[in-house]
Design a protein around this ligand. Structure first.
Ligand code: HEM
Ligand SMILES: *[C@@H]1O[C@H](CO)[C@@H](O)[C@H](O)[C@H]1NC(C)=O
Ligand SMILES: *[C@@H]1O[C@H](CO)[C@@H](O)[C@H](O)[C@H]1NC(C)=O
Ligand SMILES: *[C@@H]1O[C@H](CO)[C@@H](O)[C@H](O)[C@H]1NC(C)=O
Length: 356
């Protein structure tokens, strides 16, 4: 028992939060946890940081792991079925990774699955955990909430619930609304495309990123998607692809449209000079997405296991070299596009994200 005098020196927050003991349990693996149920996740963390993310990198596997959180969770509809963030994309990988929207995800599912089996955690938990760790490896990234305890039983998702880049914007926003996300929240989720590249829209330019800084969770994506499109980075126009502003960069038709639509343009532009807001809104909406189809009250908060990300190389977005504010297609009627600095020097091609 604590003596009265000891209690009086405890910070107020700890006294009030009586459910969380003010001490940590030694997990016996070099870590300690406030909740002993979270100990296993430190084993998983150490294992995937070394053996899946190539030493805590924000590279290809991290990007794919973040994408996978969406493709597992968004298959959730009150009328059309799908179990949400339940791990079904791993349990029924042969069916769900053959959906057109999930082309290429068979690779990361195949890479992740042995870790989930080895640590005996549910597929639904593993996918959301790996995504949260993945994005914490990106400079400026969010420290996402992670709740553990999803059942390992999942239901195979029906095809057609995952948005495609070639879908009309009305269809994308309606699908997101059906899963519970407003147009603004859809924009918030798309901050993920700040740490992203493509392999399958144009397979001739493997790893071509959606912005010039695919290892940093920064606001460059929200600037660069508003630049005038001038050329295709690879082998011509492909389904779901539109003109891109910059050599080496890929632009999805969906990102182009959502950046410019009156329902979403102001939320999009709001992140250009506010990386902190972008991180806060992404963190909030990801907490919602990660528990689609789950009862969060029955899950255990193991967010303490998620690493604290390092800052981005630059906290302030800029115009890429060779571009000026005249190249911006400002689309928010309410607020003028903010003045941001142009990067000095000549236009250079953005290198692809290396395959590992
Ligand atoms: C409107 C909804 C969305 C559409 C149409 C869309 C579409 C796409 C497409 C076509 C790719 C390229 C895949 C490839 O060719 O390899 C991609 C990549 C990616 N997406 Fe999305 N996406 C959407 C929303 C999201 C959301 C909500 C997240 C996460 C929260 C996400 C995370 C990612 C990531 C991280 C990548 C990069 C994967 C890599 O580099 O390997 N996307 N997305
Ligand atoms: C989860 O289910 C899969 C089959 O879909 C099984 O191989 C795996 O062992 C299960 N994991 C746990 C923790 O029960
Ligand atoms: C794996 O997890 C399942 C479900 O939580 C449990 O029933 C089983 O005993 C565990 N197996 C091992 C080897 O720990
Ligand atoms: C590029 O596209 C053209 C048709 O547009 C096709 O004939 C050619 O094979 C493609 N090149 C590669 C490397 O895929």
């Amino acid at each position: 028992m604590f003596s009265k005098s000891f209690l009086s020196i405890l910070p107020l927050a700890l006294v009030v939060q009586a459910a969380v003991p003010p001490y940590k349990t030694d997990c016996g693996n070099g870590h300690s946890a406030r909740n002993p149920k979270c100990c296993v996740w430190f084993d998983v963390l150490d294992d995937i940081q070394t053996s899946l993310f190539d030493g805590s990198k924000c590279g290809e596997e991290a990007h794919e792991s973040l994408r996978l959180t969406f493709h597992d969770a968004i298959s959730f509809s009150p009328t059309l079925g799908g179990g949400g963030a339940d791990g079904s994309i791993m349990a029924f990988a042969d069916i769900e990774t053959s959906f057109h929207a999930s082309t290429g995800l068979d690779e990361i599912v195949g890479e992740q699955k042995p870790f989930a089996l080895k640590h005996n955690v549910s597929f639904g938990d593993f996918i959301q955990f790996a995504g949260a760790v993945a994005v914490s490896n990106c400079g400026g990234g969010p420290r996402l909430q992670f709740l553990a305890g999803r059942s390992n039983h999942s239901q195979v998702a029906p095809d057609g619930l995952i948005p495609l880049p070639e879908d009309p914007i009305d269809k994308i926003l309606a699908r997101m609304q059906d899963a519970g996300f407003s147009p603004a929240e859809t924009v918030d989720l798309l901050a993920s495309h700040s740490v992203a590249a493509q392999d399958h829209i144009d397979p001739t330019i493997h790893g071509s990123p959606f912005d010039s800084t695919p290892s940093d969770f920064d606001a460059q994506f929200f600037v660069e998607t508003l630049l005038k499109g001038v050329a295709f980075p690879g082998n011509g126009s492909n389904l779901g692809e539109v003109l891109s502003p910059y050599p080496g960069e890929m632009r999805l038709q969906s990102d182009f449209a959502i950046a410019r639509d009156p329902r979403t343009a102001c939320e999009w532009q709001s992140f250009v000079t506010n990386q902190d807001l972008m991180v806060r809104k992404f963190t909030k909406v990801m907490a919602k997405m990660a528990v689609l189809g789950q009862d969060p009250r029955r899950l255990t908060d193991c967010s303490e296991v998620i690493p604290v990300p390092k800052p981005a190389a630059s906290q302030v977005a800029h115009l890429p070299a060779g571009k000026t504010l005249k190249d911006i297609e400002a689309s928010c009627k309410k607020t003028p596009f903010p003045t941001i600095k142009a990067h000095p020097g000549p236009e250079t091609s953005i290198p692809p994200v290396p395959a590992s």
